[in-house]
Design a protein around this ligand. Structure first.
Ligand code: FAD
Length: 483
């Protein structure tokens, strides 16, 4: 009897426990991806609908997965509808004896999977669920009160203390499939923008899919990782792996990263420190996912309750200026343009733009989180809200609210030659290094000779840094007093 493998955020063939098990049984395998528009289980909150950029990525990734399936004799079937009824229907059509899938340790996904399991059970079809896309399952790292850990360092120590995760599984070499099962056409799903087609920058920047993810990992461990500790904070350098969207869609698994990184460390002992640092960033992904497991509404509510009284400003104009890269702070505007064009932003600059929105503009972190959710190709249900709350000061192991990033000093420190700003804000490119992060301090002659007309070719700062900082601290003092 055929086995159905239900794919979700695990769009790969290698290190895919559910597919590996199905293939090793020797029965025909049907790969199935369900577009569940409602993403809702019977009695639980809906899964968060994808944003624009992740919809684009999903289309490319499904295309790549479908091609890889065909290359080994299998087939990926696409269907739309509530997951439970669709999967039960495909099981009946194919006379499948079992459905396998990998767990996603997130409440809405587990609730949907619970409905799938019940629907199958009532038809006498088995379900088997395999460990998901984490190094360690959230239930295995708890404190004395049976809660997940809220501080990163002890969390990561505990994960490391558990030793190496299982070795990644190979991709099946050959699959037997069955013919005659209808699949919807990916193009009909309209995941990609048509008019206006804003995805040109994404196409230029990325090759989604498992093969590209593996190639990126190999290239990074062969070269970039050896300077990771120094370069990871430099947006003007190509110093990080750029694996985040691949990880987001499970085109590569964290255990594959872990083992490849450990192998690289054994081969290059002098880079062991850089490789440990890289793995600890993967640890942050894990930490955010574990947090989300404990706090399913992480994107909606302040983890630290006293932030509920924070006097956020409703300022649609300021929010728009931030979204459209018109704040007048070059490092902030460069970051927002990188995001719009490529679907990602360097981590250091994410922190700077997020701090600017929350602290200088006093806009609720949820508005920024939502914008990132829609525009990031790596938009992640755990990492995005967890990092926003970290910057806002309302989250787990958060940066204290009173630490307000200075966008001028951040620019000067991490983009010292202005290369990042020149790339994304070319209208400032002719300014000297000491002016490029604060063009408003240039003399009229300096501005004129660089072809900059403040207020015309590039905006004046929408808020003065010092005043913005003081206003943020005063707002924070209010919630501390009322606490
Ligand atoms: P590398 O430096 O090569 O790191 C390797 C991997 O570690 C990354 O691919 C990512 O999976 C993980 N990682 C690194 N830093 C973090 C972090 N701070 N938190 C969680 N995981 C991390 N990352 C997302 O994947 N999705 C998001 O939606 C997201 N939203 C963010 C929002 C804000 C406000 C901030 C400050 C950070 C956010 N991050 C998010 C974390 C981080 O910016 C990106 O993971 C990183 O920039 C991706 O680039 P990279 O793959 O080259 O990272």
């Amino acid at each position: 009897q055929p086995v159905i493998v239900w794919f979700r955020d695990d769009l790969r063939l290698s290190d895919h426990p559910a597919l590996h098990e199905a293939a090793s049984r020797g029965a025909p395998v049907v790969g199935l991806y369900v577009r569940d528009e409602q993403g809702r289980a019977l009695k639980s909150p809906a899964a968060r609908p994808l944003g624009g950029a992740t919809r684009w990525w999903l289309a490319q990734s499904l295309r790549a997965l479908s091609n890889s399936f065909e290359a080994i004799g299998g087939r990926l079937v696409l269907r739309t509808g509530p997951a439970a009824s669709v999967i039960a229907a495909v099981a009946r059509e194919t006379n499948a004896g079992a459905v396998f899938w990998n767990d996603i340790a997130q409440a809405p996904h587990q609730a949907i999977a619970g409905d799938v399991e019940s629907a199958l059970a009532s038809d006498g079809v088995d379900s088997e669920i395999f460990p998901g896309d984490l190094l360690v399952e959230p239930k295995s790292i708890r404190n004395k009160d049976n809660r997940g850990l809220r501080v990163f360092t002890p969390f990561w120590r505990r994960v490391q203390g558990l030793g190496d995760p299982p070795k990644p599984l190979p991709a099946p070499k050959r699959l037997t499939s069955i013919s005659g099962i209808a699949s919807e056409a990916l193009d009909d799903w309209q995941l990609e923008p048509i008019r206006p087609d804003w995805a040109g920058g994404l196409r230029e920047t990325w090759t989604p899919g498992e093969a590209a993810a593996q190639a990126r990992l190999k290239a990074f461990l062969g070269d970039g990782v050896h300077a990771y500790t120094d370069d990871r904070d430099r947006p003007d350098r190509d110093g990080t792996s750029r694996l985040s969207p691949h990880l987001r869609f499970g085109e590569i698994s964290p255990r594959q990263l872990w083992h490849a990184a450990r192998f690289a460390a054994a081969e290059h002992p002098r880079s062991a420190g850089d490789i440990d640092k890289f793995l600890s960033e993967l640890g942050w992904r894990e930490f955010c996912r574990h947090l989300l497991f404990d706090v399913p509404d992480l994107a909606d509510r302040n983890l630290q309750q006293h932030f509920d009284a924070f006097p956020w400003k409703r300022d649609a104009r300021a929010l728009k200026a931030w979204q459209r890269s018109l704040t007048g702070y070059p490092i902030v505007d460069a970051g927002m343009r990188e995001l719009w064009h490529t679907g990602v932003m360097h981590n250091r600059v994410r922190m700077v733009v997020a701090s600017f929105l929350v602290k200088h503009l006093l806009i609720d972190w949820r508005a920024g989180e939502q914008w990132f959710w829609d525009t990031l190709v790596d938009a992640d249900a755990g990492s995005n809200p967890a990092n926003w709350q970290w910057v806002a000061g309302s989250g787990a192991d958060a940066a204290p609210y009173f630490r307000v990033f200075n966008p001028i000093l951040q620019g000067e420190k991490f983009d010292p030659d202005g290369g990042y700003v020149r790339r994304w804000v070319p209208e400032l490119a002719q300014l000297s290094n000491d002016l490029i992060h604060q063009p408003w301090t240039a003399t009229p002659i300096e501005l004129a000779s660089a072809g900059v007309e403040l207020g015309k070719t590039y905006p004046q700062p929408i808020v003065d840094h010092k005043q913005g900082r003081e206003r943020a601290l005063a707002a924070y003092a209010k919630i501390r007093r009322s606490n």
